[in-house]
Design a protein around this ligand. Sequence first.
Ligand code: SAM
Length: 466
Amino acid sequence: MINQQPPRFNAHLLQGQARIPIEAQYASRFSLLIRFFNGFPSDQGAEFNKIVFQQNGDKVEMGPCQYIVEPHHQNFQGRLVFKQAVYDLNSLFFKNKIDKLQTEFSNLPLILAHKTKIKKEFKEFIANLTYDLNVYKNIFDTLDARYADEPELIKQKVQQAVIETEGRKFMRFMDQKLEEFERTIINYSKKEHERHGYYLRKQLWHFLMCSPFMARTNLKPRGYSGDSVMMKMLYDNQYEGHSTFAKLMHKHPNEHPAAQAVRNRRKLVAKMLGELKFGRQKASGRKIRVLSVACGPAFELQDVLTSAHDCTGIQFTLLDQDKSALSEAASLIAMIEKKFNTKIEVEFLNESVRTMLTTPKLDKMWGQFDYIYSMGLFDYLTPPVARAVIEKLYQILNKGGEMVVGNFHISNASRYYMEYWLDWVLYYRTEQEFIDLLKNVPTAESRVLFEDTGSQMFLHVTKSES
Ligand SMILES: C[S@@+](CC[C@H](N)C(=O)[O-])C[C@H]1O[C@@H](n2cnc3c(N)ncnc32)[C@H](O)[C@@H]1O
């Protein structure tokens, strides 16, 4: 993100033997603002062999480039764009890295050769599936076109009728194809899963991009799977998309067991927090301190805080590495406050749990908590990191306090759908591996619970009073 005005710098342009001095400034990812010194007259479209300047003590030469006239309020006369190698100026000026738009192509031979390592039966499965999906898409698109001119409400009703009849049959077709797909890949090694997953996504890309959910999990605009927009899609579980086919491709993964497990865990957290409201800490007369680690948009709070009275007894601390998720959580809190005309005591911590690991006296900074929960985080942590994080959290739990941590179980029925289609890879654990995360902490009383789909488990930890 560029917050401040980028610096101006001196450079020169080479045109044949001529060396033309200019002042330049970063303008956009692929253009520079420039001003000619000495009133050099340059025409629209003038071409130069290269631009030369110093960047952090190094000489940078980039070209060929072309001048586009565009008078600018800061006395610049126009922009410079590159004609062949298209340099990423954002990388150059803000990450100190020379990158070209065409860099992707340098991997082309490797990417193209990828297909030679794909098993025959998998290629055949994908080829048949591609044909079938094209047939379905084509029919649904044709139907969409036939009622496209109807009034909006009629269009919605007609689409709903198509979804509830042929659309639901398509969903069953997808279920059957996924069963066939799992039978094909079930004995693949980890490396083979990665390789075949990559191949599937390249082959089915066009279909995946139709689905708002699958497009986001694959494109990862915030750099990771499970961002607050994806979480909202999972919680909403609606038919979203620009066509009937898109809506079906969006809804199908949202109905799968892992998605249901996420909705179940939200209910479970809300139930546990709800019980806290009336729990024994409340009897002590002070507010209950609750910490949500990797809180995301904290949607569960709207299920818990359902009256002005609910908002008074708990002091929340919401931690997440993602600023956008925290700001969505803040909007949700503000909405609840407005609804019940009350104040909620909440602190936001924009931190990574990895920073927490290097902070020696965490309790001095954040205090102690009565209740700590973390959903959708441990699935991303390797065993050593998960162990270190849970031990650290246990240290800041009050005696008699409780901690609940979620993790997908190795038996997650959506595992390969997620890995291959959604490019959403998690760390799965067994019950024993989950319990063992706290094996170095003898005072912890732990048990494992499951939600209804059996895909997601929860480590429930109590810190004994003694
Ligand atoms: C799958 S979402 C779960 C959000 C929320 N707990 C829920 O269940 O709806 C995962 C969240 O973990 C956060 N996260 C991932 N790695 C993190 C880290 N190392 N430290 C803090 N937050 C992290 C992400 O920013 C994201 O908001």
